[in-house]
Write a new protein. Structure first.
Length: 93
């Protein structure tokens, strides 16, 4: 296991380099924000602005009559499918 004293001396240049890179990063991010503001793009988000209210909350609700109509239509489709599948099965045998 390395000694603590030796490790702290070795990390000092790395720590200084890290601080300098963080400073440069902040400076570059400020420049990017400035250019985006000049371009009129704001913070770079795309799509609807947050809180525009265009998104519905919760599941959509169907009336019981609508559910019955949908169920009846689906049953008719399945009946037609089974009927046609039965005819084609009889032909191949």
């Amino acid at each position: 296991m390395p000694r603590k004293g030796k490790t702290s001396r070795n990390n000092s240049p790395l720590f200084s380099a890290l601080q300098e890179l963080e400073r440069q990063k902040q400076h570059i991010e400020e420049q990017i924000r400035g250019v985006r503001a000049l371009l009129g793009r704001g913070n770079g988000r795309r799509g609807r602005p947050p809180g525009s209210g265009a998104v519905k909350s919760g599941p959509s609700r169907l009336s019981s009559a609508a559910r019955k109509r949908i169920a009846a239509a689906q049953k008719r489709r399945w009946a037609e499918y089974r009927k046609s599948a039965g005819k084609s099965a009889g032909k191949s045998a």
